[in-house]
Design a protein. Structure first.
Length: 157
């Protein structure tokens, strides 16, 4: 299985705008976040993010849940795997993702590294970490979408 699959999104700026409006209006995650993975009232989030909903439905993807991923520290996020059963998530960059990277590992061996500036289907079952570059701005914010039918086909070799 692949580590990731980048997907084109011609409405990314509008998705980012709607997501930031909701995050600023309903959370204080841009000022502080006690953890990287933040569960939210995703039903309310989706109601106020029609561009994301429309785009995902055009791709035949029905969103089941959304989380907000926030890195406030220059140290990034250490090596980990996400909780199962979901393996394929769609991560969408929202703010300050330039010069930030996701790296996947097999033991000590780096398997892959990608700058997180584009939406991508993400293999969360392979150990991975977030690396913050010297020129990155913080906080780094992404949303992670999970679906009723997991789009695992995007990660198949």
């Amino acid at each position: 299985m692949k580590t990731h699959h980048i997907i084109e999104c011609d409405c990314l700026e509008k998705i980012q705008e709607e997501a930031l409006v909701w995050i600023k209006g309903h959370t204080d995650l841009l000022e502080k976040a006690d953890q990287f993975w933040n569960t939210i009232d995703y039903k309310q989030f989706l109601l106020q993010n029609p561009t994301l909903v429309k785009w995902s439905l055009e791709k035949k993807l029905a969103i089941r849940e959304v989380a907000v991923l926030v890195a406030h520290e220059e140290s990034g996020v250490g090596l980990h795997t996400d909780e199962k059963p979901v393996i394929c998530k769609l991560n969408i960059p929202i703010q300050n993702t330039k010069d930030t990277y996701t790296e996947w590992y097999n033991g000590d061996q780096l398997l892959d590294r990608v700058e997180t500036t584009n939406p991508m289907f993400f293999n969360s079952d392979i150990p991975h970490k977030v690396v913050i570059g010297d020129n990155a701005k913080l906080p780094r914010v992404q949303i992670s979408c999970m679906f009723f039918k997991e789009p695992i086909q995007y990660l198949e070799d």
